[in-house]
Design a protein. Sequence first.
Length: 245
Amino acid sequence: MRKLAAGNWKMNGTAANLTEVTALAQAHPTPACDVLLCPPATLVSRMADVARGTAIKVGGQDCHAKSSGAHTGDISAEMLLESGASYVILGHSERRTDHGETDAQVQAKAAAALAAGLVAVVCIGETEAERDAGRTLDVVGTQLHGSVPDGATAANLVIAYEPVWAIGTGRTPTLPEIADVHAFIRTRLTARIGQQQAAGVRLLYGGSVKPSNATEIFALPNVDGALVGGASLKAADFGAIISAL
Ligand code: PEP
């Protein structure tokens, strides 16, 4: 399967930062993996213009479960698609924390994304307290079951395992710990959507991935790429991660 290097710019970036996209595209005209950048909603359309004709795909960071209506401040999957997005990140831990998003809401958003023709990148992961309590697999299994929509396939679903305590902290689980959780996700996904589809779903690791640790993480079984926050903002850093895939 073709791996995926996905960048999450979070609430960072204005038009001036699009030079990074141009630099990334020039440095990696034919990458060995799929490359995705998810800027703030304000930049989706402009980034899609800059990325047109390159290997870089563009995604949103969230969408509403409805396609239109009285939902001030929200955007729909159809709107993202029209703006040039082909993917959308859903259920990122910052959305679950900042906006109280539940598994059921993430599942509804993912269903809307699939219906619109977007690929849903569904994020799951335990907090530090949950890991310390030995509940990692329990939490990840529950989030996976509750967040994956009906109709998910290898073509329209990506799962990102992101331990909350590893995001933006410089800390990561050990390599065996990452491999264990990814194997568990593959097994649970098989039960949810069947062996044929589950085998092709890309399972990304996310949480403090950087050029210096990317190679060893990507070598793990069932790690099919990365969701990268801080290190996706600069073409040089993200490019080095792309090269490691
Ligand atoms: C993320 O935001 O999804 C993430 C993994 O962030 P960072 O790479 O900065 O830890």
